[in-house]
Design a protein around this ligand. Structure first.
Ligand code: ADP
Ligand code: MG
Length: 238
């Protein structure tokens, strides 16, 4: 169970402000998609939530607790990236369980969590394989598995499917959505792909030059764009 709240969140790199005060209130179990063109600040915003970038203005709260100054490890968050950075020399089981070993989770607990995740992700028959012996979709599932076994309060996804071909992207998109619903984990998903945003989101946030132009259910945003930018961006899929 977790809520996520951003209040007037800002980010400055040197003298340049790239996030200009974003407010988002995310309900427990909600799947939020942040969509916008390259360079608008999506990754920076997500990295601040993860604790990988400092926050230079405003507050980030998880379940009512201010986390601005917490280390990434202490935020109860798991992040899935576009370059999922599996360890090439480790098999699937070891890749999925690596974080749990570091956290000193007992061995039998690790085995049972990996088994559950592998079943959900259809990786049961691949646990002893190395990443190079897997397809792109399977590698992406391993990255998902690594996030799932940690049982985080919040999932963050940064363009996790953009390295996959179009057909696989559609399939994995559906899998991620089904999995998120099954687990009920509050999720923030970043993409530049309008169709992906429309398909996945409970609510979507359309970002433009460091500002959240509009927040709403996909069809609501599509039917009633709040700005000229939203009208153009959501109305004309790439
Ligand atoms: P997106 O993920 O939407 O493509 P980013 O969050 O990566 O956008 O980048 C937003 C803006 O912040 C861009 O102008 C980018 O150049 C700038 N930026 C991102 N990271 C840094 C950094 N470490 N130092 C300076 N500028 C950065
Ligand atoms: Mg990005």
């Amino acid at each position: 169970m977790a809520t996520l709240k951003l209040s007037n969140v800002k980010k400055r790199f040197g003298k340049t402000e790239v996030i200009h005060g974003v407010d988002i209130d995310i309900a427990d179990g909600e799947f939020i998609v942040i969509v916008g063109p390259s360079g608008c600040g999506k990754s920076t915003l997500l990295r601040m939530v993860a604790g990988l970038e400092t926050v230079t203005g405003g507050d980030i709260e998880i379940s009512g607790k201010r986390v601005n100054d917490l280390e990434p490890m202490d935020r109860d968050i798991a992040m899935v990236f576009q370059n999922y950075a599996l360890y090439p020399h480790m098999n699937v089981f070891d890749n999925i369980s690596y974080g749990l070993k570091i956290a000193k989770v007992p061995k039998d607990e690790i085995a049972s969590r990996v088994a559950t995740a592998a079943k959900m992700l259809q990786l049961e028959d691949y646990l002893l394989r190395k990443p190079r012996e897997l397809s792109g979709g399977q590698r992406q599932r391993v990255a998902m598995g690594r996030a799932i076994v940690r049982k985080p309060a919040v999932f963050l996804f940064d363009e996790p499917l953009s390295n996959l071909d179009a057909k696989l992207r559609v399939q994995m998109r559906l899998e991620i959505k089904a999995l998120q619903k099954e687990l009920g984990i509050t999720s923030v998903y970043v993409t530049h792909d309008q169709v992906e945003a429309m398909t996945l989101a409970d609510r979507m946030i359309v970002m433009h030059d460091g500002v959240a132009d509009q927040i709403g259910a996909p069809l609501e945003v599509y039917a009633n764009p709040a700005t000229q930018f939203v009208a153009g961006f959501i109305g004309s899929p790439a």
